[in-house]
Write a protein that binds this ligand. Structure first.
Ligand SMILES: [Zn+2]
Length: 466
């Protein structure tokens, strides 16, 4: 019996240090970030202490010249059978069949550079098979940064908020980014969790790090926002125009901790983000708008008018109707803004877009009609009636033209609008934390947890890892 206990104690004694060791390592979650996608060529620069290993076997990669692990720059290219490594001048070094892992050297501060950017952590480069628009398969390369979340966030926070902003605003940004990251694990599938662009979160690697944002990440280490003990959706945006928005007015589903509330700390008419948060005029011709609609397979015939049909309590437009000669189309919720965005034909990329759903719209056919009791607006003369001796009668647009003396010049007012001019407030969807509001709140003495409890009301700050 004693022998058994002794053996057990010995086993425990042997196991415990190993267990403690691995627990410490596992406490900070690891993230896989896609840093280069669909590339035909990746340029890598490794400092002398880096190791290149075969991802499957774990063996150090050797090449014809001996060990590849030495100071050097080289080019990786995809082949159907694997990855080709050449010198910068194109001379072949070797071909490897599987993914290549460039492992971080923790002893020195030197970092591997991938397409010009240095990263902490490991980089795994593998081939991807993609179909192009003709249905032909294309061999491309994918580079994934395997990194602990604390180091990752050091490369994210300064890309999402200016590093010179108040530390309490930076801490709020660190917590929202950490919560978003943990909630997005696996978002891009098996090979990596998040990409490094705006689609997920902008990540600039080691080269983006700043001491102020490093401090914000470290000072909030492990802290996340939760609701009912689950990670919260920590949406954020640049500026809310003075009123936060509820997600059901932008997307579809409501969330109890994301509400539409006035925000006195986000005044679009002053402050750092003013030019973007108090935006306009942004102009479109009727032809611009028709091509936008056609790109999305919406055919209304000729454009007769664009009319704001409904606003949310925040003032954001949630129903924008495109009235045409053949049909009409209602752009609902965020579509009222994104329908103008320029992911259209390439030659149209210079067209402007709307910064938010909080906007006013003026056209060149709007006229004010003064009656004995009030002044009212008519959006287009095509709808107007005139008083005649025999009663009221609709204007015959083929017969009448109208000139105004606006700005001292004669101006022919079209019966149908030919130009549409938008002016608005806010930058982004308005849901969750306003960065501009966080900036002003921090300057006013609020701490990061106070800032977050306003923008995510009812959530709890929790320690997710040590
Ligand atoms: Zn993404």
């Amino acid at each position: 019996m004693y022998k058994k206990i002794l053996v057990l104690v010995l086993i425990l004694f042997l196991i415990v240090p190993v267990f403690v060791q691995s627990k410490t390592n596992n406490d900070v979650p690891q993230v896989k970030v896609g840093v280069v996608e669909d590339s035909k060529e990746i340029k890598v620069e490794v400092p002398s202490n880096y190791m290149m290993v075969n991802e499957y076997s774990g063996n150090s990669i050797k090449c014809r010249d001996g060990d590849l692990v030495k100071d050097g720059e080289f080019i990786l290219q995809p082949l159907s059978i694997g990855i080709k490594i050449t010198h910068l001048d194109g001379t072949l070094i070797d071909v490897f069949t599987g993914p290549i892992r460039i492992t971080e050297d923790y002893e020195t501060d030197s970092k591997a550079r991938v397409d010009g950017i240095r990263y902490r952590g490991d980089i795994v480069i593998s081939t991807q098979y993609k179909e192009d628009e003709n249905g032909d398969s294309q061999d491309t390369l994918l580079a994934v940064n395997h990194i602990d979340i604390q180091s990752y966030l050091r490369g994210v926070v300064p890309k999402e908020m200016p590093a010179f902003w108040h530390v309490e605003a930076l801490k709020a940004q660190a917590v929202t980014a950490r919560t978003y990251t943990l909630k997005s694990m696996g978002k891009h599938g098996q090979e990596y969790d998040l990409c490094s662009t705006q689609h997920c979160q902008v990540y600039g690697g080691y080269d983006a790090e700043q001491s102020s944002t490093d401090h914000a990440v470290e000072a909030t280490s492990g802290k996340v926002l939760t609701y009912n003990n689950s990670l919260a959706h920590t949406f954020y945006h640049a500026a809310n125009g003075g009123h936060t928005e509820a997600p059901e007015n932008v997307w579809t589903n409501a969330l109890p901790y994301l509400k539409s509330t006035p925000d006195p700390y986000d005044n679009p008419y002053e402050g750092y983000l003013k030019p973007r948060a108090d935006w306009g005029p942004v102009s479109f011709t009727a032809d611009n708008i028709i091509s936008r609609l056609k790109y999305r397979d919406i055919d209304v015939g000729e454009l007769v008018d664009v009319v704001i049909r409904e606003r949310a309590s925040s003032g954001r437009v949630i129903d924008l109707e495109f009235v045409g000669t053949g049909d009409s189309y209602n752009a609902l919720r965020e579509k009222a803004r994104t329908i103008f965005s320029y992911n259209c034909e390439k030659e149209e990329e210079s067209y402007p877009s709307l910064n938010s759903q909080m906007f006013d719209l003026k056209t060149d056919s709007q006229v004010w009609v003064q009656t004995s009791s009030e002044k009212s607006e008519v959006s287009r003369l095509e709808n107007a009636f005139v008083a005649t001796a025999s009663g009221s009668e609709q204007l015959d647009i083929s017969k009448i033209s109208l000139k105004s003396g606006y700005e001292g010049k004669d101006r022919i007012i079209p019966f149908r609008p030919t130009s549409f001019v938008f002016n608005g407030q806010g930058w982004g969807h308005g849901i969750g934390m306003s960065q501009s509001g966080a900036y002003n709140r921090a300057k006013d003495g609020q701490t990061y947890d106070e800032i977050m409890s306003f923008y995510y009301s009812g959530t709890e700050l929790k320690q997710w890892y040590k």
